[in-house]
Unconditional design. Structure first.
Length: 424
């Protein structure tokens, strides 16, 4: 066998191993996302509202936390809901702004307890001491739909142990890379959880807009403190036999970072954190799978999957190798990726616009490749809380809406005006 052919075969095998987990994951979940909805069991009429606490972890969020609390207050009208802001290591007026908007405030200053996970642990502990039945997490830079509290309350009151709301990150930026990132988030945060829900699997926890019953928190304390504490805690739940339900119609929105550098920093920390989590959790998940727990297959595939941009690059590289079997596989896997992206565009509000932006995919892939060094560095760092700057245009629109009538619908309109939100 010529040495060049041997090298090609080795490279081909490596490319197959690197890209196959995501190809399988997307093939299954994208197809499943088109299945009919599962009917929710039970009825809100037979289950009284629960005592719900909304935990808002906040680090230097004085600009947006007021609008977040306002939208939650409107959504919580008529429900037994306490809104609790955890002002964690803040050096600004976050606590004052949250209190002025109507939230209970827990000030938590501890330089050694860094990261969002520490703030959440404190918030969950405080909520438990107040005798609540469940806790919902909403980030301080977010706003929620007016029906969110009602849908969360209904699901938890009827026996669901944990839920994840539809979480979208939107942007008013016209920068192609930013719009492609928002589209990729929609695939990750909407299409994949819908697919899992249709298959009866745990939908996942996305870090924003998730709620858990108190008995589950008691059995599985929130002690996940990594950069991707949401992923880590979800794995713990899955290993303990719990399942998260996806609430597609309950929505929470957050803005994308306004600058290219801010976006790159956010993505690097998240992808680096996932790489670190894979090293930590692949072993435990694999051991459970070998013991016959077949539900571990999907979490394993998810954890083994590279980001879609890198997989797209590797598949393009595979097409260049002189291996017929590899080229056929690359074409099939590339088709799966394309179908997933189309599904993400379909569940948005601008299908045609999303299709046009796909012309920027090659430049987006190159941009993602330049992030590899920072991703590798992030995979070795601690969970320090790095506040993400949000778009001033969005901030202004939200604050103006909050001042005019204080309704969630007004704030949703402000987000639309700023060009930051797409609602399907």
């Amino acid at each position: 066998m010529p040495i060049t052919h041997y090298v090609s075969e080795v490279l081909g095998a490596a490319l197959l191993l690197l890209t196959l987990p995501l190809a399988i994951e997307l093939a299954i979940l994208t197809l499943a996302s088109r299945f009919p909805r599962r009917n929710r069991s039970g009825s809100a009429a037979t289950s009284p509202p629960i005592r719900l606490a909304v935990i808002i972890p906040a680090h230097n969020e004085e600009v947006l936390i007021g609008a977040c609390v306002e939208s939650l207050r409107v959504s919580a009208a008529g429900y037994k809901t306490r809104i609790i802001a955890v002002a964690h290591n803040c050096s600004d007026r976050t606590a004052d702004r949250a209190a002025m908007a109507g939230a209970e405030v827990v000030v938590y200053n501890n330089p050694q307890a860094r990261g969002k996970g520490s703030a959440l642990a404190r918030g969950f502990a405080y909520a438990a001491s107040q005798g609540v039945d469940a806790a919902l997490v909403v980030d301080a830079d977010s706003t929620v739909s007016s029906n969110l509290i009602g849908l969360v309350d209904e699901a938890l009151a009827n026996g669901t142990e944990a839920v994840q709301c539809r979480y979208e990150m939107e942007s008013s930026s016209k920068r192609p890379a930013t719009r492609l990132t928002a589209l990729a988030f929609r695939g990750f945060n909407v299409v994949r959880p819908i697919g899992r829900n249709r298959l009866g699997l745990s939908a996942g926890i996305l870090g924003n807009g998730f709620a858990i019953r108190q008995e589950v928190l008691t059995q599985n304390p929130y002690n996940s403190l990594s950069v991707v504490e949401d992923l880590e805690y979800h794995i713990r739940l899955v290993l303990s036999g719990k399942k998260v339900q996806f609430l597609q119609d309950a929505k929470v929105w957050s803005g994308m970072p306004p600058s290219k550098q801010g976006e790159a920093t956010q993505r690097s920390r998240w992808e680096g954190g996932r790489a670190n989590a894979a090293v930590t959790w692949l072993g435990p998940l694999l051991r459970q799978l070998m013991r016959g727990r077949l539900r571990m297959v999907e979490p394993l595939l998810d954890l083994m999957s590279l980001p879609i941009g890198y997989v797209a690059f590797l598949l393009l590289f595979a097409l260049c190798l002189p291996l017929e079997w590899l080229r056929i596989y690359a074409l099939l896997a590339g088709t799966i990726l394309a179908c997933h992206v189309l599904a993400a565009a379909w569940v948005g509000n601008s299908f045609a616009g999303d299709l046009l932006i796909l012309a920027s995919v090659p430049a987006y892939i190159l941009w993602k490749l330049t992030m590899l060094p920072s991703i590798l560095r992030s995979s070795r760092t601690n969970a320090a809380w790095v506040r993400t700057e949000r778009q001033p245009m969005i901030q202004t629109a939200i604050l103006e809406a909050a001042a005019q009538g204080n309704t969630a619908d007004a704030m949703e309109h402000a987000l639309r005006v700023s060009g930051s939100m797409e609602v399907s």
